[in-house]
Write a protein that binds this ligand. Sequence first.
Ligand code: THU
Length: 130
Amino acid sequence: MSLVEEARRVRENAYVPYSNFKVGAAIRGASGQVYAGVNVENVAYPEGTCAEAGAVAAMVAAGETEIAEVAVIADSPIPVSPCGGCRQKLAEFGAGDVPVTLATTDGKTLHTTLGELLPGAFTQEYMERS
Ligand code: THU
């Protein structure tokens, strides 16, 4: 199953009583293992979490910390765009050239990379003093 199909499959389980906007995300780790996540909303709205954050958490919980590929899917008119916070969360574990596929449930896709999604990312290097 492709990574987009994995994201499509898990998306069905999104918990979205407030936005009714289901998002599915799938990450392939460097090991080849796939980790999935969905958005999980909360009655205290800011406590909701994005699909990408769930997939990152599943990967790290499984003991893996290197992203090889990402896919995100939603029922949107154009391929869904990860929020700023999720771009930073993904960049923590993936290099700039990591491929990212953004998709719609009706088959539109946009191919990009973590570097294109978050140019000028804040990284550990900025914390090193000369
Ligand atoms: N959301 C995601 O899970 N990922 C994205 O890339 C964009 C937005 C969620 C957050 C919230 O549950 C709903 O979509 C509407 O913003």
